[in-house]
Ligand binder design. Sequence first.
Ligand SMILES: Cc1cc2nc3c(=O)[nH]c(=O)nc-3n(C[C@H](O)[C@H](O)[C@H](O)COP(=O)(O)O)c2cc1C
Length: 421
Amino acid sequence: MARILLGVSGGIAAYKSVELARLANKAGHSVRAIQTPASLNFLGRATLTAVTGAPVLVEEWERDPARGAFPGEPAPEHDPISHLELVRRCDVLCVAPASANTLAKLASGLADNLLSSAALACTAPVVLAPAMNGHMYEHPATRANLALLEQRGALVVAPDSGALASRGEWGIGRLPEPDRILAAVEQRLAYATRSLDGLRVLVTAGGTREPIDAVRFVGNRSSGRMGLALAKEAAARGAEVTTILANVLVPRPDGVRHLDVETAEELGSVASVEFERADVLVMAAAVGDFRPSARESGKIAKLGRDGLSLELEPTTDVLAALAGERRPGQTLVGFAAEHGDGASVRARAKLARKGLDAIVLNDVSLPGIGFESADNEVTIVTRAGELEVPRGSKAEVAAAVMDTVEELRRAPVSAPEVGAR
Ligand SMILES: Cc1cc2nc3c(=O)[nH]c(=O)nc-3n(C[C@H](O)[C@H](O)[C@H](O)COP(=O)(O)O)c2cc1C
């Protein structure tokens, strides 16, 4: 079980950190807490001291009576510098709630209190659970700080929407329930154990473009963010990751091999070569189902035309083709962007028809998730059942998908017959 360093900053939701610490203890983890001075206005340190069974630190200049030890560990003989010893020993740092102010400090590398100094010295995975007024959360400064922290590897647990602390106020910014934060913490711990070490993971991302002429194309609105989040998650868990990126313009994670393609056909042929050596394939790219039957070599002129009819022909189903080439031991995960009622029935049919191990179902009729957005909400369909992954950042959803991959590989079942069921 893990050593969780819990950072609590100043916000109404500070009281929820107590339940988080209690749940973490119940799950077998040991917890040490650091509170910011401002957080003491919302939560006295006696509460977390009692729940964690260890001293709660606030000031940089105070001595840690436990000398950096976590509950259950003997205190070292020397008297260490408290913020350095706590972060040296922790397996994960979780800041919940993370105030707008603390996020700004972490993003800019300020170290002016015990929590911000500890965060700067921390080499363990970091989980941040922002909680604040909706306008503070939506402010470009907070968004930029969160994006930067995510880019540096922190997992941001997206806040919930609903009633906010100020009377009558409603919107995004509520601290997620503690069980969801603990789940994110436990997923991050997979980094430390490098749970996908030695596996070769192939991820496709983005949306294919099928040329109409030299400048126009038939395409879709996939940004590639979901696929890149999956690639980043797999790499952080120790996998050797290759992505095949169809027209992806968003920043790419380091430590991953990226291959660029444009059309469904290009994606299919690169995937076919790469799939041979992959242990896991995650097809998150939105591959066009149709393409123009003919492509004009120049630019089709507007002059003298009343209209333009396009004839489309189906593209090759890349995922079905790869499923047909699979060898024993390979795990295949597909994505299905479905719309409205019956989405889950159609995803299950696709799982069987294409012979996949899992389908990540995106109901694209829901507002605020899926294509082009930072958040997602999915159902992961496997032959064993369905897992609802509640609305969260794409990084959180990616962690849930990789958990499923790990489960599938722990309990291998023989490759399903394509078309069975
Ligand atoms: C009643 C009250 C409630 C507050 N709630 C929040 C909050 O939920 N989230 C937040 O980011 N800031 C909130 N603030 C502002 C922070 O307490 C303030 O920015 C403080 O400097 C945070 O310090 P810290 O980040 O060091 O904990 C609140 C302030 C008050 C007075």
